[in-house]
Design a protein around this ligand. Structure first.
Ligand SMILES: [Mn+2]
Length: 328
């Protein structure tokens, strides 16, 4: 049975870091890569006015400062996951034109809408409950902007690709909310974004074998979900509070990320008086070296240098970079 090995209080982390940042860009990102990182790669200009010891106390673990990013070196086993971002973005903020190479981004809208467009003419709006599974492969340049008044809320997961898949052609799998496979039994409801649960299976093709399940448990409900033994996995609590892994633990509430230890599955209890919603995300580790530079995730520094050069010189998959700008 899997138990919690690490927990992050993302909401505390965010509000506390924000209060030390003289900056409107919010550091919302929990990096999960081989060198798990707790600093937004856009926010170098607004580093908190805390020293390292104070940051370690705040974040509950030893940190390494690598080129302006703060890493939790004890989180090395979340392979194949690179990042999970719970975003809540209001116009005019957003994610204007930027590149990706070497991995996949999975955007799941929890509330609201986001508009996306890319340099090959692909565009659309994803709304509450919709999923966009984007395989960046050798290269995509796109914009992702809120498409509504006020905060537009969702999760974006970055899943690494193996060395043989890093340079494949980009691809999108888009699943509107009504097409997401779901099941309901004994007070437990699941939306199967990837993988299989409660007898239903998602049609999404995952190059890196991955499960992504969105569970809602009514008060009093209990769940056991099997997870392949060799996979790394974690839980992200979206709403309410629950007991994860054991009845003898403290309840865990929204915005916490729980890293799960080894075992064949996870048991969860909702002993609260309101509903509990959380995502269970697991994947088969790639066991390859990871070198990340912002939106490029490759196997070596030489491949990162090549990605930067290809992007700057508009080649090897970034040909359209020279001509394309998003319509804003
Ligand atoms: Mn992006």
């Amino acid at each position: 049975m899997r138990a919690i090995t690490h927990r992050f209080l993302q909401s505390n982390y965010l509000s506390q870091i924000r209060s030390y940042c003289n900056c409107s860009i919010k550091p919302t990102t929990i990096f999960l890569s081989q060198k798990a990182c707790l600093q937004d790669w856009w926010s170098r200009k607004c580093r908190p006015s805390l020293n390292m010891k104070e940051m370690e106390l705040l974040l509950g673990g030893a940190l390494e400062d690598v080129g302006g990013f703060l890493f939790r070196p004890d989180l090395k086993y979340l392979d194949p996951f690179v990042m999970l971002d719970e975003f809540s973005v209001s116009p005019p903020a957003g994610f204007p034109d930027h590149p990706h190479r070497g991995f996949e981004t999975v955007t799941y809208m929890l509330q609201g809408a986001f508009a996306h467009q890319d340099f090959s003419g692909h565009k659309g709006i994803i709304r509450t409950g919709d999923v966009q599974w984007m395989t960046a492969g050798r290269g995509i340049i796109h914009s992702e902007m809120p498409a509504g008044e006020g905060p537009q809320w969702g999760l974006q997961l970055w899943i690494n690709l193996s060395s043989r898949d890093k340079m494949i052609e980009p691809r999108y799998q888009e699943v509107p909310s009504e097409d997401i496979m779901r099941a309901e039994e004994d007070g437990v409801e699941v939306r199967v974004i990837a993988g299989e649960a409660m007898g239903v299976r998602s049609p999404v093709y995952t190059r890196t074998p991955t499960m992504y399940l969105d569970f809602t448990l009514k008060p009093g409900a209990q769940l056991h979900q099997s997870i392949p033994e060799t996979w790394n996995s974690f839980v992200y609590v979206i709403d309410g509070e629950g007991l994860f892994g054991s009845l003898n633990t403290n309840p865990v509430s929204a915005h916490h990320l729980l890293v799960l230890g080894p075992g064949d599955g996870l048991t969860v209890w909702n002993q609260s008086s309101r509903k509990l919603r959380f995502a269970v995300i697991g994947g088969q580790p790639l066991n390859e070296p990871v070198v990340q530079y912002g939106p490029f995730v490759m196997n070596s520094q030489a491949e990162i240098d090549q990605a930067i050069e290809d992007y700057q010189l508009s080649k090897n998959g970034f040909e359209m970079a020279k001509y394309w700008r998003s319509e804003n």
